[in-house]
Design a protein around this ligand. Structure first.
Ligand code: CDT
Length: 312
């Protein structure tokens, strides 16, 4: 018995500030067809795949940027992509900026992933939990990273869902740097973790990290895969977008922690790998047999404390 599935990463090159949603959908559609040619069952697009990475600009009233957000998915801009994917029988995960108005009429803005199965049914929605960057205008920066101005943390945490013959979880960009993300998914039996990202190569608070950007990207995702016996699909929107260079190097990672496919460009590019979800047990039932080896009575601080408190 094996549970084989072909997963694809639909890496994107830059999206210009004035690029229309229909132009973006054309690009996503071209990658969908390429994925179909590669026999892909599930195609993963990046974080905020519909727009330029607008948090690099600060506007006092976030509502001025509401044209970058979607109130429903699919909507009139994206319906063609959803229709074509279900016609081809391909599931996909799409990152986008979401706006939702609550019962009191208050708008909430989220950095969101939607996961669709191959029949055109929505499997799940995930809203980014760890929101990086800053909430105020910071004039000393070459460019802003004001995600904390434009998005609130997803209130639902890290869910996992039965789909594609296995258990699937999602995370978005900065979430991938935190081991808790993978462990919370691992504790729900996640076998396949989908992660989109937009990572500028220049990290303003500490530029000594710039040269390590690609290393850190793979380091965290390979560790998360291995320590939880899961496949990880990490998908970039990379290249030079509105003068800001961002990391590409999208990857598909096995539960062994090994990279089994990697993008070679900084442009739109589909990579794929046929995986066997049963292979997760090679790790989940041996070295990382959680039931047998975990010691949760010694992990209390992980949820009791936020910041570190060294001994006095
Ligand atoms: N999109 C996103 O979360 N990017 C962050 C950039 C570093 S924090 C300014 C990341 O973790 O890759």
């Amino acid at each position: 018995m094996s549970r084989r599935l072909t997963v694809g990463a639909g890496q994107m090159g830059p999206i210009a500030r004035d690029e229309s949603k229909s132009e973006v959908v054309d690009r996503l559609m071209a990658m969908l067809h390429e994925a179909h040619d590669q026999g892909v069952d599930l195609l993963v697009y990046p974080e905020l795949a519909m727009t330029t990475f607008f948090p690099r600009w600060f506007v006092e009233d976030p509502a001025e940027f509401d044209h970058y957000y979607h109130r429903e998915m699919p909507d009139s801009d994206t319906k063609a992509l959803f229709d074509e994917a279900s016609r081809l029988g391909i599931g996909f995960a799409l990152g986008y900026a979401e706006i939702e108005t609550d019962d009191e009429g208050v708008d909430h803005r989220y950095n969101t992933y939607i996961l669709m199965d191959g029949e055109g049914e929505m499997v799940a929605k995930f809203r980014k939990v760890h929101i990086p960057g800053h909430a105020q205008y910071e004039p000393w920066r070459k460019f802003q990273h004001a995600e904390r101005h434009y998005f609130e943390p997803g209130p639902d945490g890290f869910g996992a869902w039965r789909a594609f013959g296995g258990v699937v979880g999602m995370a978005i960009c900065n979430d991938r740097r935190w081991p808790e993300t993978y462990r919370v998914l691992g504790l729900q039996g996640a076998e396949l973790i989908l992660i989109g990202y937009n990572t500028p190569l220049h990290y303003a608070p500490d530029p000594t990290q710039n040269a390590l950007s690609g290393f850190h990207n793979h380091l965290v995702m390979q560790a998360g895969a291995y320590q939880n016996g899961a496949y990880v699909v990490g998908v970039a929107k990379g290249g030079i977008e509105e003068e800001v260079d961002s990391l590409a190097q999208s990857v598909i990672i096995a539960p062994s922690g090994q990279i089994i496919a990697q993008a070679v460009t900084t442009a739109d590019e589909v990579i794929s790998a046929t995986i066997d979800l049963d292979f997760c047990d090679t790790y989940k039932k041996t070295l990382f047999n959680f039931d047998y080896y975990r010691m949760p009575e010694h992990y209390g601080l992980v949820t009791e404390r936020t910041g570190a408190i060294p001994p006095s």
